[in-house]
Design a binder for this molecule. Structure first.
Ligand code: PMP
Length: 390
């Protein structure tokens, strides 16, 4: 279909552009293509955050320096870290029984670091839910520090489904799972029930703060920022404070949770820009959205809109995940006619949508609907999906 046939487009001031995607891109520069960024990550950030950030790159109010040149030892930055930590705690209802850390190295470092800090050794069996690309990759990397045992495997089924927790034979001291499989678009709707003192570790990189979290079901949670929280560069780790006692001696300090906890997440030079941006996003969540229940309802509405469009055209689209396990964050799908994928990509890009290519491991397409993506954007995508033809 031509761009001119598209529905009206939302503009920053709430007006809707009626003359098609091309003209809105021209009229507003790159900002509004950004608003239609369906990338799997790094994802879209709220417009108000981008505006504040661009001002701060020039000068942080009250400090008189560029954000990029402010010392991480300054009082200002210590307050930034404090407020970010406090806001994460508030949003989750996490008291002192939880330690909150802001670390570097991405979620990938946590694949092994989390287990090393739990005192796992090469021979320590760790139960692994291998339900998608990221849990499989995490398992390979964790094998450097422990002995993962696959407790449930989605590989043969092409990672289209997730287990019911009751089906798992849980007998090891530690369990690792990924709450939202970013590539395949699979999400657990419940955390694992508690089981005989088993320590539960969860990679929440792609759904952290997109919905309420069952904190009581977890012991270690890690999530990088670049989906729902900010830019790449910072990874949030929440762990039960009592677990710090388990950290074995002899870890390199940069890999030791205790060092980071003692230093209040300022052990070495932290990514000031990433942490400050995360703070702006956290404030946005708090003041413009409200709380995680509201965020979750908004995300559910976006997901329902996009999946409804995909389901309405089974002649064109084949969603990847089993319906009951679909993620609200990532809708992965293929065309029923794979030879038309290049044409579809060209049309959707031409219409002003960005980031819809599927992950390199799966191909096809993926609409990521992270927190900052608006319902308007999801509706525009749904209308495009409904009106496109082979
Ligand atoms: N876990 C999940 C669920 C992810 O989606 C990703 C990346 N998209 C990672 C881990 C790896 O994250 P990083 O690039 O920060 O190491």
């Amino acid at each position: 279909m031509s761009a001119g046939a598209l529905p009206p487009w939302p503009l920053a001031n709430g007006r809707r552009e009626t003359s098609g995607a091309r003209s809105f891109v021209q009229a507003t520069g790159t900002a509004w293509r950004n608003a239609h960024n369906f990338s799997g990550g790094p994802g879209a950030l709220p417009h108000s955050v981008l505006e504040q950030l661009s001002r701060a790159v020039h000068e942080v109010t009250g400090v008189g320096l560029s954000l990029l040149g402010i010392s991480h030892r300054s009082e200002w930055f210590q307050e930034v870290v404090w407020e970010a930590e406090t806001t994460v705690r508030d949003l989750l209802g996490a008291g002192d029984e939880w330690t909150v850390l802001f670390l570097q190295g991405g979620a990938s470092l946590q694949f092994s670091m989390a287990l090393a800090n739990l005192g796992c050794a090469k021979h320590t069996a760790v139960e692994w839910v291998r339900a998608g690309y990221w849990s499989a990759r995490a398992m390979r990397e964790a094998a450097c520090v422990c002995a993962p045992r696959v407790a449930w495997d989605g590989q043969d089924g092409g990672y289209r489904d997730l287990p019911e927790w009751a089906a798992l034979d849980r007998r090891e001291a530690v369990l690792h799972y990924v709450s939202n499989e970013t590539v395949e678009g699979l999400a657990f709707d419940q955390a694992p029930p508690r089981c005989d003192g088993q320590v539960v570790v969860c990679d929440m990189s792609s759904d952290f703060l997109s919905r309420p979290i069952q904190l009581a079901a977890h012991d270690v949670i890690y999530a990088h920022a670049q989906k729902n929280l900010g830019p790449a560069g910072v990874t949030v780790v929440l762990l039960r404070t009592e677990l710090l006692e388990r950290v074995p001696a002899g870890l390199p300090p940069m890999l030791d949770y205790r060092e980071h906890a003692r230093a209040g997440s300022i052990y070495n030079t932290p990514p000031v820009l990433a942490i400050y941006t995360m703070l702006l996003v956290l404030r946005w969540l708090r003041t413009e959205i409200g709380d995680l229940h509201r965020m979750s309802a908004m995300n559910a509405a976006k997901a329902a809109t996009v999946y409804a469009a995909l389901d309405a055209r089974p002649d064109l689209y084949a969603p990847h995940a089993r319906r009951a396990k679909r993620s609200a964050m990532n809708a992965a799908f293929r065309l029923t006619e794979p030879s038309r994928e290049a044409a579809f990509l060209a049309a959707i890009t031409d219409a002003g949508f960005a980031g819809l290519e599927g992950h390199r491991s799966l191909g096809g397409f993926r609409a990521s609907l992270y927190n900052a993506l608006s319902l308007d954007a999801a509706q525009d995508l749904a209308e495009f999906l409904l009106s496109w033809s082979l």
